[in-house]
Design a protein around this ligand. Structure first.
Ligand code: UD1
Length: 432
């Protein structure tokens, strides 16, 4: 496995382009298999999670083909298999969307429990509750097996606001008989994008983006050509990178409305954020930053997937900041131990982190303990004095396209080297 060697304290300057949204694409490429037809999905990010999802689909005899770097043609007319129990399924969170898709299309699914980043317990009881309400029988012991003679529309009230359960119930309901109403639905941009894609295939869903989604089942879905929205979390990561390095960065190809919670917290910390139609310019150079309080919440609240990156930033702002993780439990603070190795001063008490900002972080070897924690280590390394080595970067590859190139194009100095390769000499020389 490769590692990243980062020489820090270089303010980022320039522009960066955001790719398609990972969590939207994962749902959408699975949803494409609901149509017994060809779909063309544009703005697909080149990341490992997508490679895995496409490999899973191919194992079910779906034909997938890249038409260009970011466009995939998905032909599920040949799809035969209703079983998915490979390592790819077990290693990935979004593989749970196969349940909704297979149930919707074939009325039968046999899928391994999903994996993904370890944030503690990540149950799927709300997904199952939704499938059962639609008329399915679910057996979820070592593997999840779901069958239904027929799916019929119903009302489902989610006990917790869950992105995965909302989308999965939508996927199963679009081909059900009658109308399904999902109450207390998640409102994340990727929920809306998945609903828009389903509608582009002939589905009839209304209300995505509010907490009540109504889906009138249709008999058949047709093929569609669809461009996925930009990635809110990738964009947020580069915004915070500009802030933490004292830089001046224009983050392009994003939807400013999706970024409001992140923009608000960066502004509260003193950073200037200027908005244009599809870009945000973050200016942090020469600005004295202030500590802030953050509570992660479902959209439109502050996203839990930006919590580690923000923690890295707050750990460099003198004064006391507070981070309240309310979507997952304190397990999502596991990476804090790595930040502490760089000199961060953070106390974790259950799901609250109290951050006593330090004047500088100091480079050392740290591990990416999950995807967003990995991004946080890179941001900390960009700000730190000296050299930071980030190991276990397979997580970063799961969700960020060409992250090293994007940072280096803005003046960062990051090298990707093989795990066993010594840190390049020229790197050390340039660092003096
Ligand atoms: C998705 C995202 C993930 C993000 C999360 C929250 C994907 C592939 N992953 O994960 O990056 O961190 O949304 O924005 O899109 N819960 C239950 N029962 C359920 C389902 C969820 O109790 O059946 C709980 C979870 O434990 C968590 C909360 O609900 O505490 C939110 O989880 P959910 O929105 O479902 O997250 P994921 O869809 O797994």
């Amino acid at each position: 496995m490769d590692k990243l060697v980062i020489h820090g304290q270089r303010p980022l300057k320039g522009r960066v382009q955001i790719n398609g949204a990972k969590n939207a694409v994962l749902a959408i490429v699975a949803a494409a298999c609901l149509a017994d037809d060809v779909c063309i999905i544009e703005n697909i990010p080149k990341i490992a999670d997508i490679d895995n999802m496409l490999a899973i689909l191919r194992s079910m005899n779906v034909q997938t083909e890249y038409l260009d770097e970011h466009t995939v043609r998905i032909d599920s007319r040949t799809m035969v298999n209703c079983c998915a129990d490979s390592d790819e399924v077990r290693n990935m969170r979004a593989s749970y969307y196969l349940l909704g898709v297979l149930l919707g299309r074939f009325k039968y699914a046999r899928v391994s429990f999903p994996g993904g980043c370890d944030f503690g317990v990540r149950p799927i009881d709300q997904h199952i509750k939704g499938f059962e309400a639609l008329g399915a029988e679910v057996d979820a012991k070592s593997i999840i097996e779901i069958k239904a003679r027929e799916l019929h529309g119903t009302n489902v009230f989610l006990d917790v606001v869950s992105v995965g359960a909302t989308i999965n119930i939508m996927l199963a309901a679009v081909l059900a008989r009658g109308t399904t109403v999902i109450e207390n639905a998640a409102k994340e941009p990727h929920v809306v994008d998945t609903a828009s894609f389903l509608n582009s295939m002939g589905a009839d869903s209304k209300g995505a983006g509010t907490d009540v989604i109504r889906i009138r089942g249709v008999q058949k879905l047709h093929g569609s050509t669809y461009a996925v929205i930009p990635d809110q979390i990738e964009a947020g990561t580069y915004m915070v990178a500009a802030a933490i390095t004292g830089g001046d960065v224009t983050v392009e190809n994003l939807i400013p409305r999706h970024m409001e919670a992140i923009t608000a917290k960066l502004r509260e910390s003193g950073v200037k954020v200027y908005e244009k139609d599809d870009s945000l310019r973050v200016i942090s150079e020469g600005i004295r930053k202030k500590p802030v309080k953050i509570k992660t919440l479902p959209y439109p609240g502050f996203p839990t997937d930006m919590q580690p990156q923000m923690m890295a930033y707050l750990s460099t702002i003198p004064g006391t900041s507070i981070v309240n993780e309310s979507v997952y439990d304190g397990h999502r603070f596991r990476y804090v131990e790595q930040l502490k190795r760089m000199g961060a001063n953070i106390d974790v008490e259950s799901h609250i982190a109290i951050v006593d900002g330090v004047t500088e972080l100091v480079g050392t070897e740290v591990e990416a303990t999950d995807l967003r924690a990995g991004a946080a280590m890179v941001l900390a390394g960009l700000a730190a004095v000296g050299e930071t080595v980030v190991t276990n970067i397979k997580y970063i590859d799961r969700g960020y396209e060409r992250m090293v190139d994007k940072f280096n194009n803005m003046g960062a100095w990051i090298e990707r080297v093989h795990e066993n390769q010594p840190i390049p000499i020229h790197h050390r020389e340039r660092a003096v």
